[in-house]
Structures are given as structure tokens and as C-alpha cells.
Design a protein around this ligand. Structure first.
Ligand code: FES
Ligand SMILES: [Fe+2]
Length: 397
């Protein structure tokens, strides 16, 4: 089966065969990054039809656990019902629209609206509407209550992450993630243990963050320290499917410069995974990476065409890796490393967004070798959201 390295080799051969080949590719014009109308179209056509991160499995681990979330302005809540089934609902009362859940709760048997106490089962059925038909009158008849239950949303769990999808006919989440699960099946990620989170606010469009994540072309110039322990020369692009693209590195060894060792993932194949790392964009707004001794999940929240909040969540291997005192300096160093990388990206991504405002910048240029996945990502956006205007750009060899 061809590998990503074969793909790189093939593209090099093609370029060598015809170095003057300047293939035209339609990608996204800069208006797709700068216009609020385009973000509104993304909300309608992309985010509301995609699997979006909502909360953590550990926060809804037990029956009766309830957690509110907000997906691009749409309030929902996630609940583990009495049978252990995870469910998600629109967070709005069928009576007059009050928000039902405003903070995480535990041991709930029902969801009670704070306004007039309409009561819903954890399965979403409306079960109590006393006084609606007059003081001390009985509840509405079942046939009416049955129509007034909560509106359910598709939900899926993977590792510690809960995703929801507003589409009435969502694509299967497990099908979407299957190639990545398969690729990482050697790692026993069941022992991943949450440690901490960081938060960044970017004055930049969310797609620039994904695109930056999908290429290593910038690594030797922007991330000089990262390049010493995860060198550019060892990096390769991976495309598992249209929705699962990423970067791999055959060498990820911060311990080579810091002399530190954290517990590493239990592996089925001991020869793999000790020094390599892989990062994937799980289309559209979830970024996940596995390193020899930790895992990260970065969630993008596009709040404006030129403003994005990024939540960075870090996990280590088992209780020991995440909490043991003896590894505290090692964890701190790992987080410092990522903070440095993200500070560097934060700066350059914002510069890119600012530069895009220039009338002298017509459209991006992409390298057919180094930015193939950026082109793949833009193509998917174009397919799902459309183009804000005419766009032709050149993929430069
Ligand atoms: S709005 Fe919920 S019971 Fe009235
Ligand atoms: Fe970067």
C-alpha cells in the first residue's frame, strides 16, 4: 500500500520530470478569511453540518451528569442518561425558550426548567407541566407532551472528547475517525490522563490556524527550538482521508535537549512510537496530536472572521505521567515547549491575517510539495461552503 512518503517521492519525481509545470488550482480567495458573511456561511453550511467538539467524556462520565455547551452560538447540553447512554439536546425549554442548563450538574434524574418548572426526563421527554392548564390543573395530556420534548442532537465519543452534529442526517462519526483510530491503534490511549489547558485568542481567521498546523514549511524559520528536537527534515505530510490530514515527524525528542523522560504510551509494537509524533486536523475545528509521552487536543472556536479562540488541552500517560510529583518539572518543560511553539505561531498567524487585508495581496500561493494538505483543506472548505468570489491561484513548484 502506498505511504505518504511514496506520495512525496512521486511528487518530487513529477516535478523533476517537468520543473516548469505550474498547475493551476482553485483555492480560497482572501475574502474567505476576512469577510463576516463568509463566516456566517461557514456557520450555516459547515459547522452546523459537521462533528464539532462539545465537551469532555470525563465531565459526563456518570448517569445524571449534565454539561452545557455552546456550538457557534447554539446552546446545547450533554447528559448521560440513567441507562449510561450519552445524549445531547438543544438547551431550550419548549414552553417559552428559557435556557435549561447553565452550569455542569451531577446526579440529575430530570431536567427542570427554572422558569415555570416544566420537567424533562434525561431521555428528553416532557414529563411535568402542572398549572399550565390552570392552578393545580393536571399536566397536559400525553399526546401533547409527547410533541414538546427536547430536540435531540447527534452525539459521539472518542477518547476523552464528545462531539455533536446538528445535521438531521449526520455522517457517521466512527466512519469519519476510523482511519485515525486505525493509524494510532498501536498506542494504548485508554490511559491518557488530563493535566491542564491553555487558551489563546487570535486576531485571525480560524482557517489560518488549521492551515498553519497542516504544513511544516515554516518550522525552520518560525520554530527554531522545535526544529532542534523535531526537525523539519524528518517531517512528512499525511492524508488519511479528506477530513483527516496531518503532519508526522520521525523524530520528536525534546529529552535530547532537556534530558527529561516522562512515562511513555504502552505500545503493542515496541519498535514504534518511542521517538515519533503525529498531528492531525480532524475537520473542521479539532486538532489532535500524539507524542511519545503526551497527547494534545486543540479546539478552535471561530468567533469572528478575524477572531478565533483556541483551547489547548494536554494529557499525559496515566496518573503517574499526569500527576506524579517526580515528573512535575518534566511536565512543566513539555508545556513550556508547546507554549513557545504556540506563541510563535500566534504571532505569525496574526501577521498573516493582517497582511491579507492589503490590496496588494491578491490570493495565496501554495507549494505543491510543502503545502499539499493546505490545498486539500481549502478544497474541502470550498466544497462545503462555496466561494465568496472568483478565485484562481497558482500552486508553485
Ligand atoms: S420557559 Fe420553561 S417552563 Fe416556562
Ligand atoms: Fe507552527
Amino acid at each position: 500500500m502506498p505511504t505518504e512518503r511514496d506520495d512525496v517521492a512521486r511528487s518530487v519525481v513529477t516535478a523533476e520530470a517537468d520543473p516548469t509545470d505550474m498547475t493551476e488550482f482553485a483555492v480560497l480567495p482572501k475574502e474567505a478569511y476576512t469577510s463576516e458573511e463568509y463566516l456566517a456561511a461557514e456557520n450555516r453550511r459547515l459547522f452546523s453540518m459537521s462533528w464539532m467538539f462539545a465537551t469532555f467524556v470525563r465531565h459526563v462520565a456518570k448517569p445524571g451528569d449534565v454539561v452545557p455547551a455552546n456550538i457557534q452560538g447554539v446552546p446545547i447540553f450533554i447528559v448521560r442518561d440513567e441507562t449510561g447512554k450519552l445524549r445531547a439536546f438543544h438547551n431550550v425549554c419548549s414552553h417559552r425558550g428559557s435556557q435549561l442548563v447553565c452550569q455542569p450538574e451531577q446526579d440529575r434524574k430530570t431536567i427542570v426548567c427554572p422558569y415555570h418548572a416544566w420537567t424533562y426526563k434525561l431521555s428528553g421527554e416532557l414529563s411535568w407541566t402542572k398549572h399550565f392548564a390552570g392552578v393545580n390543573a393536571t399536566d397536559l395530556p400525553d399526546r401533547q407532551q409527547n410533541k414538546l420534548g427536547l430536540k435531540e442532537v447527534a452525539v459521539a465519543e472518542w477518547l476523552d472528547f464528545v462531539f455533536v452534529n446538528f445535521s438531521a442526517m449526520p455522517e457517521s462519526f466512527s466512519d469519519n475517525i476510523a482511519e485515525l483510530q486505525d493509524r494510532w491503534s498501536d498506542y494504548d490511549l485508554s490511559v491518557m490522563t488530563y493535566h491542564t489547558s491553555l487558551r489563546y485568542e487570535f486576531e485571525a481567521n480560524w482557517k489560518l490556524i488549521v492551515e498553519n498546523f497542516l504544513e511544516s514549511y515554516h518550522v525552520p524559520f518560525i520554530h527554531k527550538t522545535l526544529n532542534t528536537y523535531s526537525p523539519f527534515s524528518e517531517r512528512y505530510q499525511i492524508k488519511l482521508s479528506d477530513r483527516l490530514m496531518g503532519i508526522g515527524t520521525g523524530q520528536y525528542q525534546p529529552d535530547s535537549i532537556h534530558g527529561m523522560r516522562l512515562p511513555s504510551w504502552p505500545m503493542r509494537d515496541k519498535s514504534e512510537g518511542t521517538v515519533k509524533a503525529e498531528y492531525f486536523s480532524v475537520y473542521p475545528t479539532f486538532l489532535v496530536g500524539v507524542m511519545p509521552d503526551h497527547l494534545f487536543a486543540w479546539v478552535l472556536e471561530p468567533v469572528g472572521a478575524g477572531r478565533t479562540i483556541e483551547h489547548l488541552h494536554f494529557y499525559f500517560v496515566g496518573e503517574e505521567g499526569a500527576h506524579a510529583e517526580e515528573f512535575a518539572p518534566h511536565r512543566t518543560q513539555t508545556l513550556e515547549n508547546w507554549k513557545q511553539v504556540n506563541d510563535e505561531d500566534w504571532d505569525i498567524i496574526q501577521r498573516m491575517h493582517a497582511g491579507m487585508q492589503s490590496p496588494a495581496f491578491p490570493h495565496p500561493l501554495l507549494s505543491r510539495h510543502m503545502e499539499r494538505n493546505v490545498n486539500g483543506f481549502q478544497t474541502l472548505i470550498r466544497t462545503h461552503v462555496g466561494l465568496p468570489g472568483p478565485a484562481r491561484t497558482t500552486l508553485v513548484s
